[in-house]
Ligand binder design. Sequence first.
Ligand code: FAD
Length: 461
Amino acid sequence: MTIDEAALGVFASAFRGQLIRPGDASYDEARSVWNGMIDRRPALIARCADAADVAGAVRFARDHDVVASVRGGGHSAAGKAVCDAGIVIDLSTMRGVQVDPDAETARAEGGARWGDYDQATQSFGLASPGGVVSTTGIAGLTLGGGFGWLTRRFGLACDNLRSVDLVLADGELVTASEDENTDLFWGVRGGGGNFGIATSFEYRVHPVGPLILGALLAWPLERGPEILRVYREFVADLPEELGIEAMFVTAPPLPFIPEDMHFKPAIATGMCWSGPVDDGRKVMAPLLDLDPPGQMVEAMPYTVMQSLQDGLAPPGRRSYWKAGYLKGLGDDIIESVVAHAANVPSPFSLAEIVRWGGATARVGKDETAFGNREAPFLFNAVSMWEGAEGDDANVAWARDFYTAVGSELTEGVYVNFLSDEGDARVREAYGPEKYARLASLKAKYDPDNFFRSNQNIDPGG
Ligand SMILES: Cc1cc2nc3c(=O)[nH]c(=O)nc-3n(C[C@H](O)[C@H](O)[C@H](O)COP(=O)(O)OP(=O)(O)OC[C@H]3O[C@@H](n4cnc5c(N)ncnc54)[C@H](O)[C@@H]3O)c2cc1C
């Protein structure tokens, strides 16, 4: 794309943020995202300072027929935050968070990360459900649904939204809430970045912590079938204050993991108990009774829990994800899943089986655009590796993991866990009825599909 220099000059004169172009010292850093496989070269990165910058960038792109993408935290596995030869409307420096403890709300700018949000809200002993890695953007995560350690208790991130300020495809700034632009408010709670650029999110906050009981337990993978069977029974009837997932990982050399497990395949569980700290061990007892050789069970600040897994998924590695929902953990898949986990080609990869349900399942099916609230488990195989020569083997590992859980897969997929898997998988995330409703909303708010560098809803239905 060649940008009209005169037009760019006019745009730049009103732009308060930073404009970055090929050749600039910060260009390569500014175009890189979490997934190291993504190597796109935008013609312009418009690092916005405020909502007016965002609106100006949208109008500039529209007026000059330039392809645009939108960047929040840059964590989309499919790399949707950056585009080739177009303009990246980058909110990554818009990270302010303001808390109103009396109103029990927090307002965060569209480029904030969960680390920013948690730090600000926890200063008042408050929190809302958000991602489990502190560098993930609140924007992409919330607009696609968003789960974390507090989700079984308080619902998805999108369920805790009170309002969103959005720059629409025509550059207009609107608010969507239960009282204003209600159709849009329905769509942004699960429909991703299809309808506009969120410049500000207002969330409900809840008293949490400051201490929670956090736990990471690890066993050698050979004990996988036994652990998965106990996990299956344990999570069937859980208090909602417990967030929990089972994970297949390669045991890292952490002090609480015995040396003979280091760098070997393991099965692990992560837990966050946000009820009274003293009750937590009792609740976790069925898993603690399995004598995990690696165990860390500690009262810790909620903010520490929220960054405990940061080291598992640092930015820059190559990555491919294959996700779905499971209706159960039947005996017929347990052996094959453990066997598949043992053959992992990269020590950085992992697969997770998250206990779903709780408050998420209590929100009505049609209340938000988010689909698949009923499934008991969320599943994701996350390949992470270094070096392009490993691409085929590592992509295949994630895909084959999906095949290994095949007989337990149920309808749908979490839209935020999609790789670049095409239109049919986006439709699968919503199901035909919701997709049709989202498509008519898209046709109303973005008929030309200006916002298309995302898990795209086709305005044509
Ligand atoms: C390490 C890691 C940990 C994760 N953990 C969790 C987790 O615990 N829970 C969970 O639910 N998900 C998790 N995810 C998935 C996450 O929800 C998605 O990757 C999400 O898209 C990240 O949002 P982002 O703003 O960081 O991403 P980006 O790549 O910046 O954006 C993702 C999509 O949202 C659009 N977008 C970004 N900002 C805006 C905005 N302000 N307005 C409108 N559209 C926008 C982008 O255009 C793009 O299409 C994780 C991902 C990673 C890589």
